[in-house]
Design a protein around this ligand. Structure first.
Ligand code: NAD
Ligand code: UDX
Length: 484
């Protein structure tokens, strides 16, 4: 029986390994993590992450050929294939801070693999890493354990949160990068290919050299994010000209060379990957003496920041240039629907912007815990944000707890609110009883739709003043000062 061990029981490691265990009953899969609470949750009725379909998959395999454990070293020592799926966040201090990937977790996992290995292993990069990381990992492994053969493969993950199980069941492609120039490398590639071949058609399993695989992951995320920044930049022009971004996206996406996906204008993209991976790409370009390329990709992030700021400015300027003391209902806090993940969610920047204008926020999200929201709103993004003189105004714990209330449904959040701000496209926000909500709000009652989920015409008929990203402006808003 082939034994797989995955280091890192997070949003990627957990679902990916659960699907491998389901599709490959002859393979034993152990998912290990240093976090005791995370492993306890994976072994409980309430899994540590919310992901549609995940509970079913885990229940079918857990205790049979799928195990979650804190015994990291023991499971790594016994495995034939070791996936490394630890977090690789952006560095927040030191060399490359704010751009480079922080490989601390990766390096410590690699050193541990070298220390405990007594048999040859295939080590698979599942985390998203800078190009050439495999070379560094190879050095760590071979220099620290001379007698053992290690083959390094890059097998980046392309799942999106909220649709992870569907994406894993039916991936567009599986990418495996390895040392194609050596017999050992080819054999390792084949071993991993055989695992995926249990359910993924051969033609969708792409094999490349290591550096192409590592770079393809960063490039794919950069291309996806670029599409969103492109449509978001057009949304600003739509508002200025009377065009409708939904109609523009539809028309543009009908060109088969462009395609319809990933063209929904929004308050901005979030999630743990896009910003981090583009910043990483920018850093790699700079390190390789390619400033023009670096600047090109930097713009994708700049437009994303601009979009979030533009949304806050629009809201404040529409409400007579102040939200001080006003109640703003925030509907949705996660970075997209069908996940409770708040990493880099645009809601953090929007809420912080409104708090800096002294608004009172009443937040409702179906999946995000109150403690998570409070922590997200109190913490600085980078170490330097909390330094004296920083341009970022970080609300203190105290001001957050005084100005933010978290409630358990949308009706409670919107009662007596001066404005509603929709920041995640949860399906339930489409079908709320907006007439009832309107009747419970002081007038003028505003809706700021950052995800284009509401029926603008219907809400305007009820009496709301509605702003929706990239849609023709409400006559009321046209008279307000222009926003930057
Ligand atoms: P995560 O933070 O949810 O999980 C990482 C886990 O690794 C944590 O539970 C942490 O405790 C554990 N860990 C860290 N160091 C460890 C060590 N030395 N030994 C054992 N456990 C250790 O992160 P994630 O969202 O699953 O992302 C993991 C990687 O996958 C990242 O590189 C990310 O860029 C990439 N990725 C993420 C997604 C996504 O949608 N989240 C999609 C594709 C790729
Ligand atoms: C992304 C990639 O899609 C996935 O392939 C990679 O493995 C990890 O990063 P994820 O961040 O989980 O996945 O979700 P995704 O669906 O890509 O959405 C990212 C952000 O973009 C969300 O905030 C989403 O709301 C936003 N988005 C997406 C838009 O604003 N408009 C769109 O048209 C699509």
């Amino acid at each position: 029986m082939v034994k797989i061990c995955c280091i890192g029981a997070g949003y990627v490691g957990g679902p990916t390994m659960a699907v491998i265990a389901l599709k490959c009953p002859s393979i034993e899969v152990a998912v290990v993590d240093i976090s005791v609470s995370r492993i306890r949750a994976w072994n409980s009725e309430k899994l540590p992450i919310y992901e549609p379909g995940l509970d079913d998959v885990v229940k079918k395999c857990r205790g049979k050929n799928l195990f979650f454990s804190n015994e990291v070293e023991k499971n790594v020592a016994q495995a034939d294939i070791v996936f490394v799926s630890v977090n690789t966040p952006t560095k927040t201090s030191g060399l490359g801070a704010g751009k480079a990937a922080d490989l601390t977790y990766w390096e410590s996992a690699a050193r541990m693999i070298a220390d405990v290995s007594k048999s040859s292993k295939i080590v698979v990069e599942k985390s998203t890493v800078p190009v050439k990381t495999a070379e560094a990992i190879e050095k760590i492994l071979t220099h620290n354990n001379k007698g053992i053969e290690f083959q390094i493969l890059s097998n980046p993950e392309f799942l999106a949160e909220g649709t992870a199980i569907a994406d894993l069941f039916d991936p567009d492609r599986v990418l495996i990068g390895g040392r194609e120039e050596t017999q050992g490398g080819l054999k390792a590639i084949k071993t991993l290919k055989d695992v995926y071949a249990h359910w993924v058609p051969q033609e969708r399993i792409i094999c490349t050299n290591l550096w192409s695989a590592e770079l393809s992951k960063l490039a794919a995320n950069a291309f996806l994010a670029q599409r969103i920044s492109s449509v978001n930049s057009i949304s600003a022009l739509c508002e200025a000209t009377g065009a409708n971004v939904t109609q523009v996206s539809y028309s543009v996406g009908k060109d088969s060379r462009i395609g319809p996906k990933f063209l929904s204008a929004s308050v901005g993209f979030g999630g743990s990957c896009f910003q981090k991976d583009i910043l990483n790409l920018v850093y790699i370009c700079e390190c390789n003496g390619l400033p023009e390329v670096a600047n090109y990709w930097k713009q994708v992030i700049k437009i994303n920041d601009y979009q979030k700021k533009r949304f806050v400015n629009r809201l404040v300027s529409s409400m007579f240039n102040t939200v001080s003391g006003k109640k703003i209902a925030i509907l949705g806090f996660s970075f997209k629907k069908d996940t409770g993940d708040t990493r880099e969610t645009p809601a953090i920047d929007v809420c912080k912007g409104l708090l800096s204008d002294r608004a009172h926020l009443i937040i409702y999200d179906p999946q995000v815990a109150e403690a998570q929201m409070m922590m997200d709103l109190s913490l600085p993004k980078f170490d330097w944000d909390s330094q004296p003189g920083s341009p970022m105004q970080i609300p203190t714990d105290e001001s957050v707890s005084q100005s933010v209330k978290v409630v358990h449904n949308a009706y409670e959040a919107t009662k007596d609110a001066h404005a509603i701000c929709i920041l995640t496209e949860w399906d339930e926000f489409k079908n709320l009883d907006y007439k009832k909500i309107y009747d419970n709000m002081p007038k003028p009652a505003y809706v700021f739709d950052g995800r284009n989920v509401v029926d603008v015409g219907k809400l305007r008929q009820i009496g709301f003043i509605v702003y929706a990203i990239g849609k023709p402006l409400d006559p009321w808003l046209k008279d307000m000062p222009a926003v930057a």
